[in-house]
Design a protein around this ligand. Structure first.
Ligand SMILES: O=C(O)CCC(=O)C(=O)O
Length: 256
């Protein structure tokens, strides 16, 4: 398991060395509020021109696996991700003012699928470098499909397979470490930090909020990102699983 880093001291130094850092972000009351906001979003109907819901087939039937582009439609979540301590930490880790690039909720409900080993950078067009974090909504551990990361390995984009994930022969050479994250903690990671996760074979949901940031000096690219994502996904299918990204990292079964 990762040897965690708590608090602010040496935060950026730790991130710069390992490509990830874990911080305590939310108190119990904040976690309760966050869960209510996530329930709001999950209850929204499917739409073609607002937020983006994605669903996967589990052994218990179809389940929501991801929502993206929800901050324009949820005031409190927008505030959480674009102001206050989360944005301040993104700014600290980037070493310059940060701006939100995209946001997603990965639900990984009971029976939900995992993610193949990948780096996020190939899925994030326009610029080379981003940072993301996983804000744990529920406790995330090895039973319900927590992240696993490869430390100190974020200098370059690694060779990829035909769906944009890390080539199998490279995956075997990396040292993978489980990264359990308690509800309210936040795991920050670079967009070239290799990561993967298993399915949720437990009886507990494993929901997590993932905002991604870039340096504001490189531009506010969020609208461009969602335009490019919708266009590319409409015209170019990657792999045979449910496609939630510009690469085929998600291993969920299609609902149809
Ligand atoms: O939520 C997970 O288990 C993994 C998420 C991930 O790697 C991604 O969305 O790129």
């Amino acid at each position: 398991m990762l040897s965690f880093r708590y608090g602010d001291e040496g935060l950026k130094e730790h991130f710069d060395l390992h490509g990830w850092v874990l911080v305590d972000t939310l108190q119990d009351d904040d976690v309760r509020r966050l869960r209510a906001w996530i329930d709001d979003v999950a209850s929204w109907p499917d739409t073609t021109d607002k937020w983006l819901h994605y669903r996967e087939l589990t052994d218990d039937g179809p389940k929501l696996c991801r929502t993206e582009n929800f901050t324009p439609f949820h005031r409190e979540l927008k505030q959480l991700l674009t102001a206050g301590s989360v944005l301040a930490t993104a700014t600290q880790l980037l070493g310059e003012p940060a701006v939100l690039y995209k946001e997603k909720i990965n639900y990984k409900l009971v029976g939900g699928a995992g993610y193949a080993p990948h780096q996020d950078a190939p899925a994030y067009p326009f610029i080379d470098s981003h940072i993301s974090c996983m804000v744990a909504i529920d406790d995330s551990d090895t039973e319900n499909g927590c992240l696993e990361v490869a430390s100190s390995c974020f200098g370059e984009v690694l060779p990829m397979n035909d769906v944009g994930c890390i080539a199998e022969q490279v995956v075997a050479t990396l040292t993978w470490t489980a990264a359990p994250v308690r509800a309210g903690q936040t795991l920050w990671f670079h967009s070239r930090t290799p990561h993967r996760s298993g399915p949720n074979n437990s009886s507990r949901d494993r929901r997590a909020l993932y905002p991604t940031y870039n340096a504001a000096s490189e531009g506010d690219l969020r609208d461009d990102y969602y335009r490019a994502k919708l266009e590319q996904m409409a015209n170019h299918k990657v792999g045979s699983n449910v496609q939630v990204s510009l690469i085929g990292d998600f291993q969920g079964r299609p609902v149809e």
